[in-house]
Design a protein around this ligand. Structure first.
Ligand SMILES: [Zn+2]
Ligand SMILES: [Zn+2]
Length: 310
């Protein structure tokens, strides 16, 4: 006779195991599933103090984690379970994604900082820096990050209305320009360049990739993304490395601009991958002296190449 109790216990157990795997796995190279003891112990933070810091990791190499900033003794180590562009979402959007792991994030970005990715244009100084003072959908106080002006209630209402209209349009729950939202649609210019709704546009352009026709639009999109991410984190965030590299590649016709992005790229490398910079400098020096590239150990082959970044 079939034991239905046992069967449902087995199902629950299996569901529990799958949930545990799903919550702790790291998507690996070549579709492998990485489960780790130490790696899975990192807390999530939307403003983490560590990141997965392998330089061009091969499947056979262990994962490395590096600090993003100085960490106090006793401070919990954290990484972000989300990547861009999800990490650019405001508190509400991030909370939906994080609920898949079964927790609510209590990092500073989710609890006590202004919502930088819900930015509007300041009516006092015109900077695109008017942001909710705290995270969450119910906050109705907008303060300029630049001039500290507090927006008046009527202006806040206009900002929040146009934001909510854009949200509904993005979800597809509303057709463009409905008659009762004409005023809100007319207020579209209140949305800041840094708002997550505006960020979606260059991100989409970047995802579509470059083509002969859209090369300058593609480069413009990457520059916009760089500006947004630099403001949210800092200009040396490792998320920016590949973007700087791409810009340096695209700007081959403009020496000054190319130099600018190469310097930014090098600054991130120096900060987060100093041993890699040393290795690359050694190779360049060696080439300059006409001695050819260094011979690298077998298991490190390709790990110093920049090819993968193009
Ligand atoms: Zn958070
Ligand atoms: Zn202002």
């Amino acid at each position: 006779m079939l034991n239905t109790n046992r069967l449902s216990q087995d199902k629950d157990e299996l569901r529990g195991i799958l949930h545990a795997i799903n919550s702790n796995r790291f998507s690996g190279i070549e579709c492998q599933l990485d489960l780790m003891f130490a790696g899975s112990m990192f807390e999530h933070s939307c403003e983490p103090n560590c990141f997965a810091g392998n330089w061009r990791r091969h499947a056979s190499q262990p994962r490395l984690y590096r600090a993003l900033r100085d960490i106090e003794v006793g401070e919990a180590l954290s990484i972000s379970y989300m990547q861009m562009p999800d990490l650019y979402l405001p508190f509400t959007g991030r909370a939906v994604i994080l609920s898949a792991w079964g927790f609510r994030c209590t990092c500073p970005r989710c609890t006590c900082q202004p919502e930088l990715t819900r930015a509007f244009v300041c009516p006092a100084c015109s900077a695109p820096e008017l942001c909710p003072t705290l995270p969450g959908p119910d906050v109705r106080e907008l303060r300029c990050q630049k001039c500290e002006h507090n927006a008046e209630a009527a202006y806040v209402t206009r900002c929040l209305q146009v934001e909510s209209l854009l949200e509904r349009l993005a979800e597809g729950s509303e057709e463009p320009a409905p008659s009762n939202d004409v005023d809100a649609a007319g207020d579209a210019n209140l949305i800041s360049f840094y708002h997550h709704a505006a960020f979606r546009v260059p991100w989409q352009t970047m995802q579509e990739g470059p083509s002969v026709e859209n090369l300058s639009q593609y480069a413009g999109a990457i520059e916009d993304i760089i500006q947004c991410i630099s403001r949210l984190t800092d200009a040396q965030n490792p998320n920016l490395l590949e973007l700087y590299h791409t810009m340096a590649t695209l700007e081959t016709g403009n020496m000054e601009s190319q130099q600018h992005f190469l310097e930014l790229e090098r600054a991130v490398m120096m900060h987060h991958y100093p041993e890699e910079v040393e290795k690359q400098d050694g190779e360049i020096w060696s080439l300059c002296q006409g001695r050819g590239p260094h011979t690298r150990p077998e298991n490190m082959a390709d790990t110093t190449d920049l090819d993968g970044m193009d």
